[in-house]
Design a protein around this ligand. Structure first.
Ligand code: DMJ
Length: 737
């Protein structure tokens, strides 16, 4: 804890940097945008020649009036009064004779006395040219840098799809933005309604108009603020950050004692069936092989390089060490690898250190480290895990210091300064990242007695619930400064996936009392079914990706977790729908099995497609790799538990054989670069999630259901175990029952 106090002393307000970058540009921009009398550039210091701003404020004059300034104080007044830049500039060229632009063309000058009409015309033309260039640059700037720019670009430059009949269910509300209407049209195209060329043209023009209007409106809104207003906003935000930081200090004041409740369903019985027993033992042997090699070649480092036999470090964890140890803790526990669990615990006690001056991924550190420590605590009752989990949770709090409270993706653990991935649309945070903190943070509040963690994640929900969702879908990008969506890309795979998972599990983990989460989950699933789920011509159900209303018929390996999610959610669905969701889960499981079965290695590619005449096959070289991912085993595990259909054990065993045949090497388990090749090309990384998830799910598939019963445990996105937080009955009473 003493280290944590030091941390706060050195803490910089993350949001200040952000707001000063994002908004601070504005107050600076106006003076910076001040145009100078001709003959003096903005770069020139005052008094360096030409006309000085200490001179009496010059007034714009018409050609006949003498001196003409590119931007006079009057024009500046237009800016500060909130006029658009063009609006502020155009009057400059009007003459009392009513010339306006035309009049301006007839004469002008800039910052010096004119010598004749011809010279005036030439100069003024030059000035006009400059002004128009600036305007065009501004327009292009808007196209490229506004959050939805790619859609705007594609709408303006590339598409000429036929216009379609309006869909009956698309009713933009009063506040519906232009882009929503544009997406409504795109969606209708996607749904394949017929159209005619004239309507298509009209549709295109309308879309261009809407996009332009939106770009101009947004630019105008930004420019409308007075410098004092912006200054005031900055001060308010600074104050808020300072308050947040003060409040965040509270968890440091020590952890309250809690009664450890012995966990339910952790004593593992041997399966009665000898063949199943043998298979389960084989999976435990795989865990030993992975663990022993990590211990031998990479102990204390994040991950193992099984071919080169050394440590592998990923930038996701900054300088935090021991990802494999923390990720593996609960798997070691449930497989009853007691010695290994003890050595892992000692390492955590002696070496796990979060006082690192490095940038980490908030999402990855949360699901692997916070999740791993919480799970280890709930299984073993060892206080060190609770202490470390809360200590780390506190370290993550500065990530929430943004104007909207939507956390940054990346955080420097020492300075507390956050930022987003540079590649993310319009500086946005990612749905699957900020949406995959809820379960762990609710437990952090539960175990620390401090509500701050729960408040942070509940605020994320508040922000989301205020936003209008395109077609009921959640875009993958949300800007933490504006609290508005970025690009309208929707995915149940990468960038979106575990957000949906955590809505369902938030409801289950709350002992089914969090009805808001339940509603959000089922509403989202309904929209996903309508807009993203499709069937291939041979009858394989898949989940496509949605890009501004257009479908990409591709499914990622990551998306395969959704089979298990749909099946698990059947429990909360209206009675008439429960069977449907179970079947949907089974169909996704079948599709993902096909993606494995259609490769040479019998392990699934990173992404597979349903277009260009293929089904469930990767067609791009950069989508053919397999990195020991768990999602397909995860879905098999839920499907097995919920249906007991033997095919899921059969498919799981096929995967075990494939892992043994193609991924197992002397030094552990390696990912593969191409699952369609006849010979292995290793990526030389044993991912920590192989021990946390893939092997754990496989072990559970070949265990009896009373090992970690689903009525009592939730798996976080990294397969770490979190108990259901009972509202009425205590766990002890439930055990007695
Ligand atoms: C894991 O770290 C988690 O399951 C995460 O939610 C998604 N990706 C990996 C495994 O593929």
């Amino acid at each position: 804890m003493e280290n944590l106090t030091n941390f706060y002393e050195g803490l910089q307000p993350a949001v200040c940097r952000a707001c000063l970058c994002a908004r601070g540009a504005a107050p600076g921009r106006r003076p910076g945008a001040e145009l100078f009398p001709q003959g003096r550039s903005a770069a020139q210091p005052r008094g360096s020649g030409g006309l000085d701003t200490q001179d009496p404020a010059p007034q714009p004059r018409t050609p006949s009036g003498g001196e003409v300034w590119l931007l006079s104080s009057a024009a500046l007044g237009h800016w500060t009064a909130g006029a658009m830049p063009v609006g502020g500039l155009l009057p400059l060229f009007s003459s009392p004779a009513g010339g306006g632009l035309g009049g301006g063309l007839g004469g002008g000058g800039g910052g010096r006395k004119v010598s004749g009409p011809a010279a005036l015309r030439l100069t003024e033309k030059f000035v006009l040219l400059l002004v128009f260039s600036a305007f065009i640059t501004l327009c292009f700037g808007a196209i490229f840098f506004l959050p939805d720019s790619s859609k705007l670009l594609s709408g303006v430059l590339f598409h000429s799809s036929p216009a379609l009949q309006p869909a009956a269910d698309h009713k933009p509300g009063p506040g519906a933005r232009a882009e929503d209407a544009a997406e409504g049209r795109a969606r209708r195209r996607e749904e394949g309604a017929p159209g005619d060329p004239e309507a298509a043209l009209e549709d295109n023009l309308a879309r261009i108009r809407e996009n332009h209007e939106r770009a101009l409106r947004e630019a105008k809104e930004t420019l409308q603020k007075l410098p004092e207003e912006i200054q005031r906003d900055i001060l308010l935000e600074k104050k808020k950050v300072a308050q947040d930081q003060l409040r965040d200090k509270a968890p440091f004041r020590g952890l309250p004692p809690v009664d450890f409740v012995p966990p339910i369903g952790v004593e593992s019985r041997e399966p009665a069936d000898a063949a199943i027993r043998e298979k389960r033992a084989k999976i435990k042997e795989m865990m030993k092989h992975a663990w022993n090699n990590y211990k031998g070649y990479a102990w204390g480092l994040n991950e193992l390089k099984p071919i080169s036999k050394g440590g592998h470090s990923s930038s996701l964890f900054g300088n935090i060490k021991g990802a494999t140890i923390v990720d593996a803790l609960d798997t070691l526990f449930i497989m009853e690898m007691k010695n290994e669990f003890e050595e892992a615990k000692s390492w955590v006690e002696e070496n796990l250190d979060f006082n690192v001056n490095a940038e980490i991924s908030v999402f990855e550190v949360n699901i692997r480290f916070v999740g791993g420590l919480l799970s280890a605590y709930y299984l073993s009752g060892e206080e060190i895990f609770r202490k470390k989990a809360v200590e780390l949770g506190v370290k993550l709090l500065p990530a929430f210091h943004t104007p909207s409270g939507i956390p940054w993706a990346l955080l420097n653990m020492k300075s507390g300064i956050g930022r987003n991935w540079p590649w993310a649309s319009g500086g946005s945070s990612i749905l699957a990242e900020f949406g995959t903190l809820h379960l762990e943070f609710m437990h952090l509040s539960h175990l620390s007695g401090n509500p701050i963690f729960a408040e942070k994640v509940m605020n994320i929900r508040t922000v989301l619930n205020k936003l209008e969702k395109p077609q009921g879908l959640y875009p993958n990008y949300l800007n933490p400064s504006s609290g508005q969506w970025g690009q309208h890309h929707v995915s149940v795979g990468g960038l979106g996936d575990s957000f949906y998972e955590y809505l369902l599990k938030a409801w289950l983990m709350s002992d089914k009392t969090d009805l808001e989460a339940k509603k959000m989950y089922f509403d989202a699933v309904q929209a996903i079914e309508t807009h993203l789920i499709r069937k291939s011509s041979s009858g394989l159900t898949y989940i496509a990706e949605w890009k501004g209303g257009l479908l990409e018929h591709k499914m990622g390996h990551l998306t395969c977790f959704a089979g298990g999610m749909f099946a698990l959610g059947a429990d909360g669905a209206p009675e008439a729908m429960a069977q449907h969701y179970l079947e949907l889960g089974a169909e996704i499981a079948r599709t993902c099995h096909e993606s494995y079965n259609r490769t040479f290695m019998k392990l699934g590619p990173e992404a597979f497609r349903f277009d260009g005449g293929v089904e469930a096959i990767a067609t791009r070289q950069n989508e053919k790799y397999y990195i020991l991912r768990p999602e397909v085993m995860e879905t098999y595990m839920y499907m097995w538990r919920l249906t007991h259909d033997p095919k899921y054990r059969k498919w799981a065993w096929e995967a075990v054989e494939a892992l043994e045949n193609h991924c197992r090497v002397n030094g552990g388990y390696s990912g593969l670069r191409d699952v369609y090749l006849l010979h292995e090309s290793y990526d030389d990384v044993q991912q920590s999630f192989f021990l946390a998830e893939t092997l754990k799910y496989l072990y559970l598939i070949f265990s009896d259901d009373d090992l970690l019963p689903l009525e009592h445990w939730i798996f976080n996105s990294e397969a770490h175990l979190l108990p259901i937080l009972r509202k009425e009955k205590k766990e002890v009473e439930i055990r007695e029952e």
